[in-house]
Structures are given as structure tokens and as C-alpha cells.
Design a protein around this ligand. Structure first.
Ligand code: 6PG
Length: 234
């Protein structure tokens, strides 16, 4: 049964990050499989989680999406997680990290990641936690409006040759079947520039043209952590 979004409006970005950090720590403590979100909003949540828990062994970190760049590229979502989270942990207490090999190009990286995901979690992978963000255009992960990848229902991971927003580099993205099979999906959202997207994705009249409106876990929870600015149009 698809549960409706549980929208929590928090004072500001710091409160959103703190709430997300608590959820991430709980998932790692339970040795969960977690898909991290990219972009910039999550960095504070990752740092807070690393400061709150020093032993991440047992947890497995996946990536909901990645840019098709090397892991040391400033655009890399892996690099953002490395700087904000992994480097804050002692090497011997870090989680298993399933990095998307963006340096191999979007198509090859997507194909390889799908094989790895199926090997580890089966053909209907159920993540324990998927952390997600939303763009001002209501994209999520690298699923952009009016692009074919949003409609993918068979493949678990796809190449996205043309990103609909900056950075306009080819991407790799998990698809809606993966996000909608997760036990818990948590959106981290802050800023006035997201207010329209939040309304389109999580408001009373969800907009089918908004990719984030299609993230509705079939047998799980959907938690939307947003600050007052991002919730202004709800
Ligand atoms: C990416 C992200 C993307 C992100 C949104 C929001 O690779 O860019 O996965 O989907 O979550 O663009 O980004 P911010 O939270 O940084 O605004």
C-alpha cells in the first residue's frame, strides 16, 4: 500500500540536516543498505551523522545517482560524501561503499552498477533507506522532467545522457522502481527556490510532470524533511 508523504516542516537547513542525520545514523546502526543523495544539501547531514556515530561497519552506502566523472572531480557525488562523511571516520570504521564508477562513462557505469545492485540485493532490491533531494524543476536523483529515464520500469540503473539541470554532464541514476521499493525514503529539502517543486511533488494536487511526485514507496514510508522556506507553497 502506497503511504502518503509525511511532510515535516522544520525551522531551517540546520534542522533538516540534524533530522536527516539521526535517520541515517539509525539506518547504519541497523546495518542497513542506504542510498545517498548527491547535490549540496545533504553534506551537512552526512557530517552530522559522522560526528554522531564513529563506527559505521555493517552499513552499506550506495548512491542514488552520480555524475559521469572521476571520483576526485568536484562534481562527483561520491567526492561530496567522501569529504563530508567518509573522511570524518577512522578508515577501519568506515562502511562498505558501493561507488558508481562514473569515470567509465554513463552507459558502462549504469550497466555495471545494475549488475552489482542485483548481485547484492537481488532483482527487486529493497533499500533500507533512500536519501533524496529535489531540484527547483522537481527532478530527483538524476530523473529529470520530460526525460525517458523517469518512465523506466525495468532497469534498476540507467544512464542519463542529458541532465536537465546543472551540472549538465551525463549522469547515472537509480530508477523509480528502486526508490519505490525502499523501506524508507527521506527527502532533504531547504530553500525558497524549492517551494514550487515541493508543492508539485508533495502538495495536495501532485503534478505528474514532476519526477519527485512519482517517488511513492509501495510498501514503505515517505518522509519529506523541508524547511519553512521550501514549504512556503504547501
Ligand atoms: C544530484 C542530486 C540531485 C539533488 C538535487 C537537489 O546529483 O544533483 O542527486 O538530485 O538531490 O539536485 O540538490 P540540492 O539539494 O543540492 O539542491
Amino acid at each position: 500500500m502506497t503511504a502518503p508523504p509525511e511532510v515535516h516542516v522544520l525551522a531551517g537547513p540546520a534542522e533538516v540536516a540534524a533530522a536527516a542525520a539521526r535517520i541515517l545514523v539509525e539506518a547504519v546502526r541497523a546495518s542497513g543498505h542506504v542510498a545517498l543523495s548527491g547535490g549540496s544539501t545533504p553534506a551537512a547531514a552526512y557530517a552530522g551523522a559522522a560526528d554522531a556515530l564513529d563506527d559505521w561497519r555493517g552499513g552499506t552506502l550506495w548512491f542514488g545517482d552520480e555524475r559521469a566523472v572521476p571520483p576526485d572531480d568536484p562534481l562527483s557525488n561520491y567526492r561530496m560524501a567522501e569529504l563530508s562523511l567518509l573522511e570524518r571516520l577512522a578508515p577501519e570504521r568506515r562502511p562498505a561503499v558501493q561507488r558508481i564508477g562514473g569515470e567509465h562513462g554513463a552507459e558502462a557505469a549504469a550497466a555495471e552498477y545494475e549488475v552489482r545492485l542485483r548481485e547484492h540485493l537481488g532483482d527487486r532490491p529493497r533499500l533500507d533507506l533512500a536519501l533524496m533531494g529535489i531540484g527547483p524543476d522537481a527532478h530527483t536523483a538524476s530523473l529529470f522532467p520530460a526525460r525517458p529515464e523517469v518512465d523506466e520500469r525495468k532497469r534498476l540503473v540507467v544512464a542519463v545522457p542529458e541532465a536537465g539541470m546543472d551540472p549538465r554532464v551525463p549522469r547515472v541514476s537509480m530508477t523509480l522502481p528502486v526508490f519505490n521499493a525502499a523501506a524508507l525514503v527521506v527527502f532533504l529539502i531547504a530553500g525558497q527556490d524549492k517551494a514550487q517543486a515541493v508543492r508539485r511533488a508533495f502538495g495536495k494536487e501532485a503534478d505528474a510532470a514532476a519526477p519527485a511526485a512519482h517517488v511513492r514507496p509501495q510498501d514503505g514510508r515517505l518522509l519529506v524533511l523541508c524547511d519553512e522556506a521550501a514549504a512556503a507553497e504547501l
